[in-house]
Design a protein around this ligand. Structure first.
Ligand code: ATP
Ligand code: MG
Length: 433
């Protein structure tokens, strides 16, 4: 079905100028050119798209010949990236997934697609899209929308519905289950019954998906401004444990609810930062998710091997991070600073002397401090301690010097005097803290 320009609300003025340049050049050179996927979907529901994906009947080599600023990438399938400063427009050639093309695709035994590089036409391309609302094509030739899968109806009723047989589609690519959770969180859409129903049972297929891809998908779930909602959906569909098994276990054993509160508050904070355009880092995200599991493992290690608290903590970090990597490939450039930052949580307890003062200069201080505040908010750290580290940052260097060193002498002198006045166990005890 083709929806003519007057019958839909998508306006060119909301499409990125660079995407339009690409579309117009393709058209001028005699090719078909459409925007498809999240760009069209988001504009139709009134969100501003994060990027615009262009599809065309031109082959990747032909696309490259048309744009100076173009690179071909991809192994699983070849596609073109046209770069304009910081913006990259992805240009993909229509691909086929049905009708005679089957022989050219590689599957695993469970049906997962390994490679699909068979070029096709637009009416074949639609079958490889996941949800109907992601299969709406905006045609630059006449500004119409091509809708083969009744995606417009699902936009109207705010529903995610897989194209084709859901079980087959999830088997082909289990990440589609994560995408269902993610997009329903992002868009606030419901999930059609048939699309939601098989997820629980098929969730374990996520084991087959490469860790690097699950890591990418994790960042899309948790760093796009809808982390808290994504978390809720993932748990609702039994998907979360295939991304964060340690965290999932900690949540199940969470008797007083502190783990859940902590994760939810941490994800809420992340969402607020994304909405305020502040930077977010996987280091902090993983710290939020792995903190309680690490504490738990540290306790176990100490019970088993004895040894110092710090050693047990460091070993626990390595163990949990190591196992986490088998699920989502969490890069070392984030896991190393995460470990430092978590270790600093213990060092915050010491507020006296040069070592404590040096914490302020530590390159992980800011993150570690934010983490401490989060813990205090959730009843996992003393709020007074968090307040102290908040206040110290507002002081001048001289005042800071005093706060870290001089106070100690005065305190202990006062305490000495006090203890001289009242015997041990008297009413003054316990006020210092
Ligand atoms: P967003 O950009 O908001 O994350 P999106 O739907 O645009 O969402 P992309 O990963 O940018 O997600 O994918 C672009 C389009 O490619 C999708 O809209 C969909 O049509 C198709 N697509 C992406 N991933 C898959 C998949 N795993 N299976 C089938 N189609 C997919
Ligand atoms: Mg997109």
């Amino acid at each position: 079905m083709v929806i003519r320009r007057p019958q839909h609300t998508l306006s060119r003025s909301n499409v990125s100028g660079n995407a339009l340049k690409v579309l117009y050049r393709l058209k001028r050179c005699g090719h078909q050119a459409f925007i498809v996927g999240g760009g069209v979907r988001d504009l139709l529901v009134g969100l501003s798209p994060k990027d615009f994906d262009v599809v065309t009947d031109a082959r990747p080599e032909q696309v490259r010949a048309l744009f100076r600023n173009c690179r071909l990438i991809g192994r699983r399938f070849r596609l073109a990236h046209v770069r304009f400063g910081r913006e990259v427009i992805e240009v993909v050639t229509f691909r086929s997934s049905r009708s005679g093309a089957e022989d050219d695709r590689e599957h695993t035994d469970s049906g997962r697609i390994l490679r699909d590089n068979v070029y096709g036409t637009i009416d074949e391309d639609i079958w490889r899209r996941d949800f109907t609302v992601n299969a709406l094509y905006y045609n630059i030739a006449d500004f119409s929308i091509w809708d083969y899968a009744r995606g417009m109806d699902d936009i109207a009723s705010r529903t995610l519905r897989l194209i084709g047989d859901p079980v087959t589609r999830y088997r082909e690519d289990p990440v589609r289950m994560l995408r269902a959770a993610r997009l329903s969180a992002k868009l606030g859409f419901g999930i059609a019954n048939g699309t939601a129903r098989p997820i629980r049972e098929l969730a374990e297929l996520l084991h087959e998906v490469p860790e690097a891809r699950l890591y990418d998908e994790t960042l899309k779930l948790f760093h796009a401004g809808h982390a808290a909602a994504s978390f809720e959906r993932l748990r609702q569909f039994g998907l979360f444990r295939y991304l964060f098994p340690h965290t999932d276990r900690a949540l199940r054993a969470d008797e007083n609810g502190v783990v859940l509160r902590f994760v939810q508050t941490g994800l809420d904070n992340t969402d607020q930062r994304v909405k305020a355009d502040k930077p977010v880092t996987p280091m902090f995200l993983y710290a939020v998710l792995l903190w309680f599991p690490i504490l738990e493992v540290a306790e176990r290690i100490r019970a088993e091997d004895g040894g110092s608290e710090i050693e047990a903590f460091l070993d626990a970090c390595d163990e949990v991070v190591g196992e986490q990597r088998e699920y989502t490939a969490f890069p070392r450039r984030f896991s190393s600073p995460m470990k430092e930052m978590l270790l600093m949580q213990r060092r915050f307890h010491n507020r006296r002397g040069a070592r404590a003062r040096r914490l302020l200069q530590h390159r992980q201080f800011r993150a570690a401090y934010d983490f401490l505040v989060l813990r205090a908010e959730c009843g996992d750290a003393d709020p007074e301690l968090a307040r102290w580290w908040t206040e110290i940052q507002t002081l001048s260097p001289e005042e800071q010097h005093k706060a870290f060193a001089v106070k100690r002498r005065r305190r202990s002198r006062r305490r000495r005097r006090a203890s001289r006045r009242s015997p041990a166990g008297g009413p003054d005890r316990g006020q210092a803290g």
